[in-house]
Design a protein. Structure first.
Lengths: 305, 328
């Protein structure tokens, strides 16, 4: 387990190292921070201010030391600690991602029902529909929801944010509805295909021959064995929350990490960009670790000793 | 059908043989796959022959005709030809955008970029991935460890995050989006090809080839690569829609294709401000992205099903049963 943890830390450290090298060796951090028409004095002043005139290896060590202390420096634009901004935004993204993810879980029973009669009518409907929802661009779905539900029907606000409390729920419905279908479709697909695959295995025939009912076989044996693939996917979905939530946060003006990152990139705010990437990588690492822990619980044959 | 069979027995005609091919029959008997393949064919053809298919110049602005809804009525459009104003009747089947440009023409030209990003991205990432995958699987050892560790690192980074990082550092452009896919998507091809190579290198025909003195290059070229084609094509068919969706997201966020070039994602991003007054500027390109991605996905899944011996049997059997029952 400790080895597994070391592996995760290595991955995050490696990723941040790549980011550092890409910014400092491929590009020039000062050029990423200033406008194209900045004068040489401004550039030199910034270089001295951020200690970028020091040798690369010292800056590299410094970079990791800052990361370890979660000290990303002040946002260039807002003059606030980047760390503070990140922790301010993190719950917003997390709550939105979790709500969408929870709705997406509905795909699992759908996939199970479809797998009961492969190539039957219900199966075909679920199959085509699940492919349809994973083929919809999430940001387009978001725009369509605004167009139909907010503009035409005037049911919910087009965008905005009023906190995570009870009065803010109205603002969360549409973003969650834009994010959830992709997760739902993937869950339905994987559940369906894994269940169909499992049903063809020998232990199912054995269970049948000893007189076990179909329902008991399906839920007692097949689902249990299929759960490993399903858990993997659910972990991946949660770990991939940034993929969808970034653009959905932008469209709905939801103040989360994704919006922070995009705004940071647009404002050439390097501390914010570094901090967002680091926190997202950290979250992904924690989620992956949790999934691995779940594995050992689901299938005792897997161990990380 | 019966007459076809007898002709095939009497003189082996390649066209009849192809017609009787079980795979082709399964394909023709599956309406969903057939429709998606036809749709892809039309879209790709329209993109390739855009200058001949598009009714008007996609950049030509008619500010008097801005935001016309889709209809088939003719509208007078004025243009300057050789310093003189010429008026011609134009029909905007899919309406016009905020600068009075024909939306159908823009859709066709935008599709050119979107589809080439999807296909080129897959091509580049698959070449890199397959090269590394074969190297790792065939030579094993420390190379294998390093490559697979790199795969692990790249797999654990969310695609959009990596894409934004790369474009933040390199700046947005068509080429840089392809570079994004090369960096962010090679791992899948690497994993698949490594897996196939690992199972192949233990097999008798590879041993036999080695025993008669075939070089590594020959073994890989003649024995390994042909066995990789089907799994790779299947993966590619499923990767193209993902790339198209990612490109549209990046262009929408402003980190992808830049004007005056256009892609479906960029059209959506430009149309976003007018969503209330002109619904078609958002509905049209989105539908194009959706249908293209859906067709690629459905086609890819069909390919995966028929290339898997277990599932293929099920498909062919279903086709046969349908035919015997007089359906199909």
């Amino acid at each position: 387990m400790i080895r597994r943890l070391g592996h995760s830390v290595f991955i995050v450290a490696g990723l941040m190292g790549l980011l550092f090298l890409a910014i400092n060796v491929l590009g020039d951090p000062v050029e990423l921070m200033v406008d194209e028409d900045a004068s040489q004095e401004t550039i030199d002043a910034l270089r001295a201010k951020f200690g970028l005139d020091r040798p690369l290896y010292i800056r590299f060590a410094d970079f990791y030391w800052d990361l370890a202390r979660l000290d990303f420096g002040k946002s260039l634009r807002h003059r606030i600690d980047a760390q503070e901004m990140i922790f301010d935004r993190l719950p917003n993204t997390a709550v939105l991602a979790l709500v969408a993810w929870a709705i997406g879980m509905l795909g699992i029973p759908l996939g199970m029902l479809a797998a009961r009669r492969p190539r039957g009518f219900f199966d075909r409907v679920v199959n085509v529909l699940s492919f349809a929802v994973i083929s919809v661009p999430q940001f387009w779905l978001a725009l369509m929801l605004i167009l139909v539900i907010s503009v035409q029907l005037d049911l919910l606000p087009t965008s905005g944010f009023k906190g995570l409390g009870p009065e803010g729920w109205k603002y969360m419905v549409l973003p969650a509805m834009a994010l959830a279908p992709t997760v739902l479709g993937r869950n339905a697909q994987i559940t369906r295909s894994t269940m169909i695959e499992e049903v063809a295995k020998q232990y199912v025939s054995t269970a049948r021959s000893k007189g076990l009912g179909e329902t008991a076989i399906l839920y007692g044996h097949v689902l249990k064995n299929a759960s490993i693939s399903i858990v993997t996917l659910m972990g991946d979905e949660l770990a991939g929350f940034m993929n969808g939530s970034t653009v959905v946060e932008i469209i709905f003006g939801w103040p989360g990490i994704g919006k922070l990152l995009i705004d940071g990139i647009n404002a050439r705010d390097l501390p914010i960009v570094t901090a967002s990437v680091f926190v997202v990588a950290l979250m992904v690492m924690v989620i992956n670790l949790c999934v691995d822990l779940l594995y050992t619980w689901l299938d005792p044959r897997i161990s990380y000793s | 059908m019966a007459t076809d069979m007898t002709t095939a027995v009497q003189k082996p005609n390649p066209i009849v043989a192809l017609w009787n091919n079980a795979l082709l029959q399964a394909f023709l008997n599956d309406p969903i796959t057939l429709c998606s393949a036809l749709f892809l064919f039309v879209i790709v053809m329209a993109a390739v022959f855009a200058p001949f298919v598009a009714p008007y110049d996609p950049q030509n602005q008619q500010l008097k005709l801005r935001h016309l809804p889709p209809d088939i009525a003719a509208h007078p459009a004025t243009m300057r030809v050789d310093g003189q104003n010429v008026t011609e009747d134009r029909r905007f089947v899919l309406g016009t955008d905020h600068l009075g440009r024909d939306y159908l023409s823009r859709l066709i030209y935008g599709g050119r970029i979107s589809i080439s990003v999807g296909l080129l991205g897959v091509l580049v990432s698959s070449v890199i991935g397959v090269f590394l995958g074969i190297t790792a699987g065939y030579y094993r050892g420390i190379l294998d460890d390093i490559i697979m560790r790199a795969v692990d690192i790249f797999m654990s980074v969310p695609l959009l995050l990596l894409a934004l990082m790369v474009l933040f550092i390199l700046g947005p452009s068509f080429t840089n989006i392809i570079i994004v896919f090369a960096i962010a998507r090679w791992m899948l091809f690497c994993r698949v090809s490594r897996g196939v190579v690992l199972s192949l290198r233990e097999q008798a025909f590879v041993d036999a080839a080695r025993a008669i003195g075939a070089s590594d290059g020959r073994i890989i070229g003649r024995h390994v690569l042909p066995n990789l084609i089907t799994p790779l094509l299947t993966l590619a068919a499923l990767e193209v829609p993902r790339n198209i969706l990612t490109e549209s997201t990046l262009s929408f966020l402003g980190f992808g294709i830049q004007p005056p070039e256009s892609s479906w994602g960029l059209m959506l991003s430009q149309g976003r401000d007018y969503i209330v007054t002109a619904w078609w500027v958002v509905v049209v390109p989105g539908t194009a992205i959706f249908l293209t991605a859906l067709s690629f996905n459905l086609f890819g899944v069909w390919m995966r099903a028929v290339s898997d011996p277990l599932q293929r049997w099920r498909w062919l059997k279903a086709t046969k049963e349908a035919k015997e029952a007089g359906v199909g």
